[in-house]
Design a protein around this ligand. Sequence first.
Ligand SMILES: Nc1ncnc2c1ncn2[C@@H]1O[C@H](COP(=O)(O)OP(=O)(O)OP(=O)(O)O)[C@@H](O)[C@H]1O
Ligand SMILES: [Mg+2]
Length: 255
Amino acid sequence: MIELQGITKNFGSLQVLKGIDLRINEGEIVSIVGPSGAGKTTLLQIMGTLDKPDSGTVLFDGVNINKYKEKALSAFRNKHIGFVFQFHQLLPEFTAVENVLIPAYIAGKSRKESRSEALEILKFMGLEDRATHKPNELSGGEKQRVAVARALINHPNIILADEPSGSLDSHNKEELHQLFFELRKQFGQTFVIVTHDEKLAKITDRTLHMVDGLMIDNPEAKLELETEANNNTKVDILQEDTTIQSSEESQSNAI
Ligand SMILES: Nc1ncnc2c1ncn2[C@@H]1O[C@H](COP(=O)(O)OP(=O)(O)OP(=O)(O)O)[C@@H](O)[C@H]1O
Ligand SMILES: [Mg+2]
């Protein structure tokens, strides 16, 4: 379904992705793990067309999406890709069901039909009696499930999740992870999930290990590179501000 070939990305003189090749098949649940600063979020954003690689190709069902201009790309993203972030990114002034509907409105779908579908999805997640609550009236776990419902509303081919359970306690974490598998079972939903949660990584179909801008499959090489990556954390701290700003910008483009 998604194929990345030779993806590289630099931020100034920092080489963040150093040539990534990977393929995600339909119906798979794939996790991406790796130390902080390894390039996981950058890779997910390129996979989700929120950012462009410096070189390499992103193929979606065999079609090279690098050639799309911004407007066509937004429409493509809205239709084919769902996003879930570590912090739900729900709009505070809208209710749960209204938040779920936003991508459907952007896609120009009928309001009435979309609303009943949004309510169906919320029901599937056990949130039917929370549909008219605003985000500040929902628990952390509920907010994240609403964010998953929003990612699902346009029936995306794939959901890309960046540390989706990173802000949840262990009970809510477990529930959210079960939900991903339930959505695959019921709807064949494909997921790529960046996570620091070992338990989740273990139960996914495949775990991709990323270290210092590369996918690693040799555990010994991994150890060496991890040490190297840890030595680079100073750089991360210095650059944290710009990273947060830019990922917030692209997160708002994703919805
Ligand atoms: N917009 C940007 N400008 C400059 N540097 C950036 C930018 N975005 C990311 N970086 C840098 O690229 C590197 C990889 O960042 P990325 O966010 O992809 O890491 P990550 O693997 O997701 O880490 P974490 O587990 O902490 O979320 C980091 O060193 C980061 O500081
Ligand atoms: Mg990240």
